[in-house]
Design a protein around this ligand. Structure first.
Ligand code: EZ4
Ligand code: CO
Length: 403
């Protein structure tokens, strides 16, 4: 079998997605996700201008060699654009191989280690009361784990919270990027009260998660983790911007609240100190941004040695292709932790028909050969790319801050 051609499809059924489709001479094709929220087009160029011309004629079964060829062969290594592009190729190649062998992808990753994948949902409320309400709704829908983001009193509009009934979608179409507001003081004062109220209302059983979205310093994160200890969170996520891996040493000295990090990482080199020093509990790098299944297998095996489990990023800016790849991976590995799940909108599900499904708090990748996700190219063509960016963030005095 050889790779005959490949194409990149950008579509926007509500939000932008970058999809790579690799065709072989035997009629089998594979799909991969290369979506990088707000920076989609450089990945398209990387694939079209630099990767696809080098793939034609290669044996799609030589996944590791092709991965190394694209990574080492470019000389310039890592970075979100490069790794998302390589990730898209890698996913598509695994899809091809599993389809050719007529087996679901999880069988090539070691087979089922469990029957089902526990997911957590996003509960967002504009204030305390609305947050309690929405947590109740998610528990009624069967979720066993819920991430809670809540409007901070005195702060107009923050991460994870919407004033509309629509699910939260941070990327907004058009220019300039939206501007949000932030106050660490008000946030730190509010969050422990929020979780106290949630535990008082729903008891000990639900797994509760929270995303700090890169906004604290290490010592502030230590304080938050310590104050949340009575409410036994499943994790706090991205409590500090994590380029400085050593910063987590400070947090660990102060709290036993479990820590999750990694959605903006793209290689093992962003996380090797965090893992080997056991400074985190969950690694969240997505299969798309982390160079695909081949590289994430290495990250996750390394993590396994140090008691670090997975909690793959599963926001709606990762396409159904990444979600499917994540679910197969989750099912196969031993050190699975939890999977993030934000359902895609209806249009997206129409563009990407898929075998995976949700039932009673768990997800299942389905048993179709390969990833079990296809792409309806005609439908995709109805929704062309639309410029959209993630927000920026400013402190109360106007200082540009982490979003
Ligand atoms: O802000 O995926 O845990 N989920 C998140 C997401 C990210 C977006 C950025 O593209 O933090 O909502
Ligand atoms: Co996050």
């Amino acid at each position: 079998m050889i790779i005959q051609n490949a194409k990149v499809i950008v579509c926007s059924p509500g939000r932008n997605f970058v999809t790579l489709k690799i065709n072989t001479d035997e009629g089998i094709y594979g799909v991969g996700d290369g979506t990088l929220n707000g920076r989609e087009l450089p990945v398209v160029s990387y694939l079209k201008d630099h990767i696809i011309p080098c793939l034609i004629g290669r044996d799609p079964f030589q996944i590791e060699d092709i991965w190394q060829y694209l990574y080492k062969g470019a000389y310039w290594r890592r970075g979100p654009v490069t790794m998302a592009a390589i990730g898209a190729v890698d996913m598509a190649l695994w899809d091809i191989k599993a389809k050719a062998l007529q087996t679901p992808l999880y069988n090539l990753l070691g087979g089922k280690s469990r029957d089902r994948v526990m997911v957590y949902s996003h509960a967002n409320g504009c204030d305390l009361e609305a947050s309690i309400d929405v947590v109740g709704k998610h528990l009624d829908e069967g979720y066993k784990a819920v991430r809670i983001q809540s409007g901070i009193p005195g702060v107009a509009g923050t991460y994870g919270v919407t004033n509309t009934k629509d699910p939260y979608e941070p990327a907004q179409r058009g220019l300039p990027p939206e501007s949000k507001h932030w106050s660490t003081e008000k946030y730190l004062k509010y969050v422990p009260t929020l979780f106290q109220k949630i535990r008082d209302t729903f008891g000990d059983e639900p797994r509760l998660l929270h995303d700090c979205h890169h906004r604290l310093t290490p010592i502030e994160a230590g304080r938050l983790g310590k104050e949340l200890e009575p409410y036994h969170l499943f994790w706090i996520e991205d409590c500090i911007p994590a380029e400085l891996q050593e910063g987590f040493r400070v947090i660990r000295q102060h709290t036993t609240t479990p820590l999750a990090v990694g959605e903006v990482f793209n290689s093992i080199w962003d996380t090797h100190i965090l893992i080997s020093e056991m400074l985190i509990d969950y690694i969240r790098t997505s299969i798309c941004h982390g160079g695909g299944i081949s590289h994430m297998k290495k990250v996750v095996s390394f993590a396994e040695l140090y008691h670090v489990k997975t909690g793959f990023h599963g926001a709606t800016d990762l396409s159904p292709v990444t979600l499917a790849a994540s679910l197969h991976f989750d099912l196969a590995i031993n050190n699975f932790g939890i999977q993030e799940y934000m359902p895609h909108n209806e249009l997206t599900d129409e563009v990407f028909p898929h075998a995976y499904y949700f039932k009673d708090g768990f997800m299942y990748p389905g048993d179709e050969p390969g990833l079990g996700v296809d792409m309806d190219e005609e439908k995709a063509a109805e929704y062309p790319y639309e410029r959209a960016y993630l927000p920026i963030n400013r402190k109360e005095d106007g200082t540009l801050f982490d979003w």
